[in-house]
Structure formats: C-alpha cells, structure tokens
Design a binder for this molecule. Structure first.
Ligand code: BG6
Length: 475
C-alpha cells in the first residue's frame, strides 16, 4: 500500500477503543498496513503519549492476540491531534495528511453532518493530485427517511457520493460474505432458490445483551432503527437478490436496491400484519436475575422504546412471489443466536412406504458458531424403509483459517477503495421507505412485553403464515 493516512474523528471514544484499534492492530500484525499513519482526533487536549497510553490499554483489553513486541511497532504508526469539529481547528491536521487520506467518523450520529461539513470547509474533501480523500460514516444514517435525506444533502455539499463509505458492519462479517459466495458458487442451489421451492426465510439476530452503557442512544433508536433498518435489511437483500454479473460495487448495490424496491409496501392499515414490537420486562437468564428495560439506568420512565422488532416482508417479483421473509432481532433474549434460515417446500408427492419427509432447511448460522447446516431426511437404519432427520453440517472456518473481523475487512476495503461492502445512499433510502409506516405507527401505543431471557413476545407469531413457526433460539 502506498503511504496513506487514516484520521479517526472520535478517537477518544468507545468505538475506537473496542473495535477500530483492535482491527487496525491486527491488520498491522498481519503486515497489511505497514505504510499507514493513524491520527486520532478528538476534543480532549491529549498529548501523543497520552493517546498512546489510552490505546495501549484498549488493546490490552480488546485485542485478543496482544503482544508487546507488536505493540512497540504499531505505536509508531500513531499520532494525535486535539480539537473541536471546526474547520479552523481541523486545520492543525493539514501538514500531517498524506495525499491519500481516509477520514473515519467514529462519532455520535448527530455529529456526522457537522464533521463532514467541517472537514469540507477545512479543504480536506477535495481529492489532491495523485491521491484520494474518503469519508467513512458509521451507522445509523439518519433516524428516518427525511433526516437521512437531509444528512445526505449536507454531506454532498463537500463530498461526492463516491467518496462516502457508509458502514454497515454486518457486510464485513464472514457469514454475510459467505452468503453471497455460497448462494452463487454452488450449482445445486440456484435452480431451487425461488418461490417454487422455498416456503419461507427467517432471519434472526438474537442477543442476550441489554442496553448496556448505551441508554441515551438506544432509548431514542429502538430495535427497528438499531438492527432491522440496516443489518437485517442487508442480510435480507443479499438472500433475495438476483445473481450479479460481477462483484463490482455498483452492480452489487443495484441488485440489492432492486430487492428493496420490490418489497410490497407496508401501509398504515397493514402495520400489524407486518410488524411486531416488544420490550423486555424483568426476567432471568439461567440463574441470573435481569432488570426490565424501563428499570435500566438512563432509560426514560415508562419508555415505550422497542427492544425487540420482527417484520414480515414480501417481495413482489417472479422469484419470490408469495414467499414471506421474516426478520427479527431483540435484546435480552434467551441466547446469542443468529442465523439466516431458508425452508424449502415439501416434496411434491407421497414417498412409497409413507416415509415421513420433513421440509429441508438451509441454514447459515452466524452465532454461536459460524456454520452451514442442510437439514435433510435420510433412511432410518434398520429393517424398515423409514425416514429420520439428518443434518449435513460444515463449520465455516477451520482452525488453520485466518478469519477477518468485520472491522478488519471493512477497513481494508475502505483503504483499498472497494465500495462493494458499503451502503450506497439509495439502499439506506429504500430501507427507510419500507419502514416509514411502521415507524409512524409505533410513535403511539406501547410495545408487547416479554420476559428478559425468553424468546421474545408471543405476539410475534401473528406475522407468520398458519403453517409456519418461528425457529427456536434456545441453544
Ligand atoms: C450494532 C448495534 O450495530 O450491532 C448493537 O447497534 C448490536 O445494538 C450490534 O448489539 C450487533 O452486532 P455484533 O457484530 O456486535 O453482534
């Protein structure tokens, strides 16, 4: 890689400590970023030494393979500048930037627009000769359609769409990328990856975590904005899209947008058929007693914010006509369980000897382990021709593999200029459009309650076709 600078705005914050620096450190140990200079920028008037100490502590806590010898090399890549998000203060960075510079907004969402403007006013958004300038923006991109459009317009005052990399870290996850490879690289799947053969798709991201230290953000956002609008919509688009002719960023994103545009619009009158929201009450996980959401520190008394959201989406195109896609995610559920599960239709006719054949399922498990499972029926050993369920199972990674974390993957892509795994604005826009009627309806009324440590509210069942059941998240 030619000399490049990465400027992290919000370098004293949580994202930098927990995710960005451990990813950058690992990339360094793999020898992938030797020419990268990393400048932390934040409002604290820290010295470079102080910043180093801060990052040293973060890596000891969050980098799994921390070694002092590696750290002593990595620390030489670090620098720090203190200042506000104002052009005159950002100007202090000027002499430190290589022609090719990536600015990373690891900031609270209300500051995304402010930072993009200030960087532009400081003259940092213009691609210099022989180099480039790019801007990475964390999620959430807006809090609804109108605010996303406003933020986009503000960013475009100084930055071109090609320079803006909107992160959805799920696109950097190994299983997400495997979904694309596995779907299209295996001949046996494509002929049956359609409404004629698929009965339903369930995408679940269940977490045992509660709101943790993020009450201020989460109580305003809720599960629909925090997980469904971005991460689960992306998994849905990838599962449903047409085969792209290349992994080219524009082709890929055109295909994903096409899916979102084909979703049958949810209307004010159909919200209850398509969406369920829940909120956790006090409960138990194993023997551990858990407080209810409304009793969590920092949560507004009587808050109606949803900590669980489920959707039923239908895609109106030839491939998917009549196939429900069920998406759900929630906090304080029974387990950390996540998967994309595709159920095939039953075999078309009876099997001689009345062998009982269950539906096949193809499951991409994300957690607790990354694994692919194909649920089939095989003969029951013994004298009779009877069937029993079997699972063809493959672990995604072997012990010799060098998996990348989502942030490692996406930082490499951002530095290398590959935009395939970042969101183009129309993806964000269409995801908000699909959800706007739900967001509007949920401004009033209360969520359905579920006990912390459970599988979510019972009412989620109302989204399903009569012969469908939510898959269990119990481990
Ligand atoms: C984040 C959400 O984007 O994704 C969190 O804000 C959620 O609420 C997290 O816990 C889940 O992703 P991961 O990769 O940490 O499991």
């Amino acid at each position: 890689m030619t000399a490049t600078t990465l400027v992290i705005l919000g370098a004293s914050g949580d994202l930098t400590q927990r995710l960005l620096m451990p990813a950058l450190y690992r990339l360094h140990t793999l020898g992938l970023t030797s020419d990268l200079r990393i400048i932390g920028y934040a409002k604290e008037a820290w010295s470079r030494q102080h910043f180093e100490k801060h990052i040293h502590e973060a890596l000891q806590a969050f980098a799994p393979d921390f070694k002092t010898a590696d750290w002593n090399r990595f620390r030489r890549q670090l620098d720090y500048v203190g200042g506000e998000l104002q052009a005159d203060q950002l100007a202090a960075l000027k002499d430190k930037l290589a022609p090719s510079t990536l600015f990373y907004l690891a900031l609270p969402p209300p500051l995304f627009g402010v930072a993009a403007t200030a960087l532009g006013e400081a003259g940092f958004s213009k691609n210099p000769r022989g180099g480039w300038r790019r801007l990475v923006v964390e999620k959430p991109f807006g809090t609804d359609l109108a605010s996303a459009q406003e933020l986009r317009a503000r960013m475009h005052d100084h930055w071109d769409e090609e320079q803006i990399l909107r992160i959805d870290h799920f696109l950097g996850k190994e299983t997400t990328q495997n979904l694309m490879v596995f779907r299209f690289a295996n001949r046996f799947l494509e002929p049956i990856w359609n409404a004629q053969h698929i009965a339903q798709v369930q995408i679940t991201y269940a977490e045992t975590l509660g709101v943790e230290q993020r009450a201020a953000y989460y109580d305003k956002a809720g599960a629909l904005r925090d997980m469904l609008q971005n991460h689960l919509m992306q998994l849905f688009s990838l599962a449903a899209m047409e085969p792209p002719s290349s992994w080219d960023a524009e082709v890929l994103r055109d295909h994903k947008v096409e899916v979102l545009r084909s979703v049958i619009p949810i209307t004010a009158g159909s919200v209850n058929k398509h969406a369920v929201r829940g909120q956790y009450r006090a409960g138990k996980l194993g023997r551990k007693k858990l407080a209810g959401y409304r009793a969590e520190p920092g949560i507004k008394r009587g808050s109606d914010t949803e900590t669980f959201a489920a959707l039923r989406l239908e895609v109106d195109n030839w491939r998917w006509h009549g196939v429900p896609f069920y998406l759900r995610s929630g906090k304080r559920l029974a387990s950390n369980y996540s998967e994309i599960a595709v159920q095939f239709r039953e075999v078309p006719g009876p099997i001689p000897h009345a062998v009982d054949a269950g539906n096949n399922w193809m499951i991409f498990r994300i957690r607790p382990v990354e694994r692919m499972d194909l649920l089939v029926t095989a003969k029951q050993p013994g004298g009779k021709l009877a069937g029993r369920p079997a699972t063809l199972s493959a672990l995604y990674a072997t012990p010799d593999d060098r998996e990348f974390s989502a942030y490692e993957q996406l930082l490499m892509d951002a530095l290398g200029g590959d935009r395939s795994h970042f969101l183009r604005f129309d993806e964000v826009e269409w995801a908000w459009k699909v959800l706007t009627p739900v967001l509007n309806a949920w401004q009033k009324g209360a969520p359905d309650f579920y006990a912390a440590g459970s599988e979510g509210p019972d009412t989620q069942a109302r989204l399903l076709d009569p012969d469908h059941h939510w898959r269990s998240i119990a481990l």
